[in-house]
Design a protein around this ligand. Sequence first.
Ligand code: ARG
Length: 469
Amino acid sequence: MTASGPPPGKAWAGRFAQGADPAAEAFTSSLSFDRRLWPYDLTGSAAWARALARAKLITDAELESLLAGLDAVRAELEGGAFPFRRELEDIHMNVERRLVELAGPVGGKLHTGRSRNDQVALDERLYLRDILDHVDAGLREVQGALLAQAEQHREAPMPGYTHLQRAQPVLLAHHLLAYVFMLERDRQRFREGRARVNVMPLGAAALAGAAFAIDREVLARDLGFSAPSPNSMDAVADRDYVVEFLGSAAIFGMHCSRLAADLTLWATAEFGFVEFADAFATGSSIMPQKKNPDVAELMRGKSGRLYGNLTAVLTTMKGLPLTYNSDMQEDKEPLFDTVDTLEGIFRVLPPMLRSLTFRTERMREAAGAHYSTATDLADYLVRQGLPFREAHEVVGRAVRHAIAKGCELADVPLEELRGFSALIGRDVYPALTVEASLRARAVIGGTAPDAVRQQLAHAKALLERDASS
Ligand code: ARG
């Protein structure tokens, strides 16, 4: 096709003497990806038709024809019979053109007082509102799977790490619950963002506001929005609600990647703390003995794409003069990719977590090794009245002595320990066990079994409350 003569059917054919260059048309078309907005485009269009009727811009009979036509379009889209036309650029023009074909010339009245600029903002907000409800349910399922494992391992000790060096004993449940609370903040972030998504841009028209007496308060209520946007230029120019969603998803991705990193590390022969079910691992094409934690590795890797999508939209929006610019069409693929990535994670992460087998014996053994209760010896000395800094110094020397002997602190005879401080008595040994170390940390949020039981109850209450609300 050559670029000559006015094209049949472009919405702007009146102004143009020449048809579109095929490469330009392909380059500007968003239909291949924005078609997924069709359910929201139809919902928004029906509400706009009702608003036009309320403002007496169309008759009741015309409203009925428009709504029937939109229903017919919906039926085609649902049934896969809708004739998508790339030359109509995007989903909005595709729907409108089909409406005119099915409902007749009255279809041409739908776009009265509306622009694709407020229309696309509306569609995105309706879409995101829906997605946010899925995201909340997905996050809750991940939390539920972590919680179930934590409950099953309420009393199982493991080494806690700082700098990836054994630090102090903790309960496995405590470690797992750390992620439950991180995900709780992710849920809050998405939920708080929803309040900013739930504002209605329709009626902003191209940028200056509709030139017809549309009651935007009623329209906002009709579509379930909390309020109409207060400024039409802001309404069509900004995509901060997309950026915020992508930001929350990126933070969730960071949390996921750390959980996945812990699990892949724990699944190594070196740690040997956990085993993935065969269903959530893969083999090697060359090394017959291998079982790779691919699902967890990819979970870790997905954070890169989630960050990338955030960065892409932030960068696209930066420096754009008000109001709408076509650059903003580039917000959709990152948005949809993040949604698809989240949904993929929500499908696989909960069952993968439920399938984990923890090697609690080995974790317990590691929890007590490598001077993990040295801090407890210092705390013991503090309870005898020694300032902590001095106690730290004393225990440091004792540890060096034990390392030289090749034994643990609890294996150093009392006389030798007393050589480092006369405050040390026979009652020091029970204070150096894993159990005593755990029990001592009974502060709110600590790793003592009672404190962890409280965290479990807290986390359970969070999940139950949200399930019923
Ligand atoms: N496909 C466009 C987008 O995604 C819809 C809005 C187009 N508006 C316009 N004036 N070209 O942003």
